[in-house]
Design a protein around this ligand. Structure first.
Ligand code: PEP
Length: 260
């Protein structure tokens, strides 16, 4: 089964409302020629979602994602935003388990699993982020860590919701550092993730699940990463804040479809 190349931007804690709107418009317009060959999306800060949703709603090019969410529908949870409100504002997907959430905000595998379940039950697509730290890689524990994060978050998902899960393998040491995993390092982990999905779900699910790479992807390294058989696109941080570089990455992903 052919998987559609996918490129998502994570804008993190950047951009005013006006900046977010301008960036969204530039990407929506610039990505139009690739819309049939690449699934494009971006995750602005919460305060910009409502305004940016007015543009993504009218667009056939780009989808809107949130960067995080809370797995309770409502209640006394000051400062949190539920997945149903994220959907209500116009998002179709949400990042879950980003390494900054895990490492800066102490999110456990258990909480990430609850978030995956709640977001999927709400009808959102989940971009499940996972990856090892530098210490874990150097100690030879990369697969142990990735497998644990994958297993705890994903394999209880019922069959009807499995096609709503996208995986983003993001080695923590490569995020925002300028150090990219080599295409072969990334491919090795992507292939193991796909194999594990096959073992826990089905060969069909393994072939249809989109697995993105994330970690200092830019206009220069994107093409080589996307040429790997199990790398279906990217989750992009820094380079998604500039339309020119993000659009180059989208172009590389769209063109990679022809070579696979
Ligand atoms: C990210 O935030 O998910 C990310 C991959 O960031 P960067 O591209 O800046 O490394």
């Amino acid at each position: 089964m052919k998987r559609k190349p996918t490129v998502f931007g994570n804008w993190k804690l950047h951009n005013t409302l006006k900046d977010s709107e301008e960036l969204a418009r530039a990407i929506i317009d610039g990505a139009a020629p690739y819309a049939d060959r690449c699934h494009v999306g971006f995750a602005p800060v919460f305060t910009a979602l409502c305004t940016v949703a007015e543009h993504t709603r009218k667009s056939t090019t780009c989808t809107l994602l949130a960067q995080n969410g809370y797995p309770k529908p409502n209640g006394a949870f000051t400062g949190e935003v539920s997945f149903s409100l994220i959907k209500d504002v116009g998002c179709t997907g949400v990042l879950v388990g980003h390494s900054e959430r895990r490492h800066l905000f102490g999110e456990s595998d258990e909480l990430v699993g609850e978030k995956v379940e709640s977001a999927l039950q709400t009808g959102l697509t989940v971009v499940l982020c996972l990856g090892e730290t530098l210490d874990e890689r150097e100690a030879g524990h990369t697969w142990e860590v990735v497998d644990r994060q994958l297993t705890s978050a994903m394999f209880h998902v019922p069959p009807a919701l499995r096609d709503k899960v996208i995986i983003a393998y993001e080695p923590v040491w490569a995020i925002g550092t300028g150090k990219t995993a080599t295409p072969l390092q990334a491919q090795e982990v992507h292939a193991l993730i796909r194999k594990r999905i096959e073992e826990n779900w089905l060969a069909e699910s393994a072939q249809s699940t989109v697995i993105l790479y994330g970690g200092s992807v830019n206009a220069k390294n994107a093409q080589e990463l996307f040429s790997q058989p199990d790398i279906d696109g990217a989750l992009v941080g820094g380079a998604s804040l500039k339309p020119e570089s993000f659009l180059e990455i989208i172009k590389a992903a769209a063109e990679s479809a022809a070579t696979k």
